[in-house]
Design a binder for this molecule. Structure first.
Ligand code: AMP
Length: 540
């Protein structure tokens, strides 16, 4: 029997219509370095209509791709909404990619138009000649200066382009399963892979961002999206904010601790999202330059494991709860979120909050061992995490990657355990696990333990070859200025925190842990620095 329910597609146009009318007074705030630009959601709605007309005028039809090469701004929000709502496909380009990866991604996605911020033109210009499908470059602001456009590529200013356009648009009906947006993985091995989100997947994911057991974004929130819009769709914040009537605070290119602190003090966000390194940097800055950031009731941290020490610092010194979450570009990205079970009190709560958390009803998760067998969710059995659900990718755009899927489940490459009541604890990426004498050492556990030392700013652990044990951990640490900590004293500090056989004997003190294009510890680079002899290693 079929249901009697109406078959109304879930669409970005619906999110846009709803946000710009019902929550027309909510605002998107873009930081300028010494103040803010503000625009209400009603204005955003009108400008989205004008942008859609302008893009049609440039010949954007069907599911053509419109690339964005932009920081987090009001204009980027407009592209997020207008491009899919008109039936085209938004393609967020990571402005920190290596040039050859940028060329690969824009050509592979077949971008017809690129919208670009003037401040990142120097990164785009040298590659424009090689972007074979691009016909139009739209520069945000009033000017077209500074674009080295090759023959056949027209250049427009965003403001001039939308200025004379109608401010209403008859948004077309779309199939909810059709493509709305695409984002390439940051590609630590091989070429980046394209993930294509549907209207339906984005819609459902946005609802999850607003669920109280999830990130709990709500009407009236002021959500600071530090996570770039080119990193896994800014973790779904822009769409969710428009859906629920939360205002958005966009840092533009000002992601360093000093301007971030100023932005928070001025705009008083109530929630925020970013990878751990951003919060570590902000905390260090605030130690020297105290400011009140307690307007934030909670910050969503994911992208890599959150060191427990960071959670305690934020709660105890800044009065802010850290909400630990796990996800991937392939999972839209919201997977699990670490909220303790109702009724859990005091210290008990930490036990749950350190974990990667629980999955929502829409996302199924299982652990699979090396033999391909599903292991029990008993809190101790370890396996590779596999997930499936309506906002989990089932393939990659234009390529075959059978090794990434297992009978309809996405293989995440993350390894860990799940408790009977569903809490996931990740021990590592499969490729980062250290195999020492037939036993596994979790690089994440070691990093967390080392980062618990008050003089340690950053710590990254990699496996290095060892004649006796095959592999042993090497700890790369960044120490606080003036610290007299030594490899010996750090090892001593670890002695009651990790098993004796796991105690690392290889240490290197460095100035900064290399970071990936989305701000995570870049262990691949650290490994090649080690293999090239670029790290001064102390062996205890
Ligand atoms: P990306 O697609 O760039 O967002 O990277 C996804 C990967 O980041 C995951 O497969 C994990 O390895 C890692 N990751 C994300 N969130 C967490 C977390 N909370 N703890 C540990 N690793 C994480």
């Amino acid at each position: 029997m079929l249901s009697t329910m109406q078959d109304v597609p879930l669409s970005i146009a619906q999110i846009l219509r709803h946000g710009s009318t019902v929550y027309g007074d909510a605002e998107v705030v873009t930081w300028t370095g010494d103040g803010s630009r503000r625009r209400t959601y009603a204005e955003v709605g009108r400008r989205c209509a004008a942008l859609a007309h302008a893009l049609r005028g440039l010949g954007v039809t069907g599911d053509q791709r419109v690339g964005t090469f932009m920081w987090n701004t009001a204009e980027h929000l407009e592209a997020y909404l207008a491009v899919p709502a008109m039936g085209a496909v938004l393609h967020t380009l990571n402005i920190r990619l290596f040039p050859e990866q940028l060329v690969f991604v824009a050509n592979h996605g077949a971008d017809h138009v690129i919208i670009v911020d003037p401040t990142v033109l120097p990164l785009l210009n040298p590659q424009l000649q090689q972007l074979s499908t691009v016909r139009h470059v739209i520069v945000t602001g009033d000017s077209t200066d500074g674009v080295d456009a090759p023959d056949g590529v027209q250049v427009h200013s965003y403001e001039q382009l939308i200025a004379e356009q109608p401010t209403e648009y008859d948004w077309p009906d779309v199939d909810e399963r059709s493509a709305a947006a695409m984002c390439y993985t940051s590609g630590t091995t091989g070429d980046p892979k394209g993930v294509v989100y549907s209207h339906r997947s984005i819609y459902l994911h946005s609802m999850q961002v607003c669920m109280t057991d999830g990130p709990a974004m709500k009407q009236g929130d002021r959500a600071l999206a530090v996570v770039p819009q080119f990193h896994a769709m800014a973790w779904g914040m822009p769409y969710a904010a428009f859906m629920i009537g939360a205002s958005l605070i966009m840092p533009d290119r000002f992601l360093q601790p000093e301007p971030l602190a100023a932005l928070i003090a001025a705009e008083r966000p109530t929630m925020a999202a970013a990878v751990p390194t951003i919060w570590l940097g902000l905390h260090q800055y605030l130690e020297q330059h105290p400011q009140d950031i307690s307007s934030m009731r909670e910050v969503l941290i994911g992208g890599s494991a959150v060191p427990p020490s960071l959670m305690h610092i934020f709660e105890e010194q800044h009065g802010i709860d850290v909400l630990h979450a796990w996800g991937m570009t392939e999972t839209s990205p919201l997977g699990s979120v670490a909220r303790p079970p109702a009724g859990t009190e005091g210290e008990q709560r930490w036990r749950y909050r350190y974990t990667q958390g629980r999955f929502p009803a829409s996302v199924q998760a299982r652990l699979v061992d090396d033999d391909g067998e599903v292991v029990a969710n008993d809190g101790t059995s370890i396996g590779e995490l596999e997930v499936r659900g309506p906002w989990i990718t089932g393939s990659y755009y234009g390529i075959d990657a059978p090794e990434k899927f297992d009978d309809g489940w996405l293989r995440t490459g993350d390894v860990g355990s799940i408790t009977p009541d569903g809490y996931l604890t990740l021990t590592d990426r499969t490729k980062d696990i250290i195999k020492s004498g037939g036993e596994w050492i979790s690089s994440v556990d070691l990093e967390n333990a080392v980062m618990g030392h008050p003089d340690v700013i950053e710590a990254a652990v990699i496996g290095v070859p060892d004649a006796k044990w095959d592999e042993r951990p090497l700890v790369a640490v960044v120490l606080r200025e003036g610290s007299d900590a030594t490899p010996e004293s750090l090892r001593e500090f670890l002695s009651d925190k990790v098993a004796k056989w796991q105690l690392p004997e290889n240490w290197t003190v460095i100035n900064e842990v290399p970071k990936t294009s989305v701000g995570k510890f870049d262990k691949k680079r650290l490994r090649s620095q080690f293999h090239d002899g670029g790290l001064a290693v102390t062996r205890l």
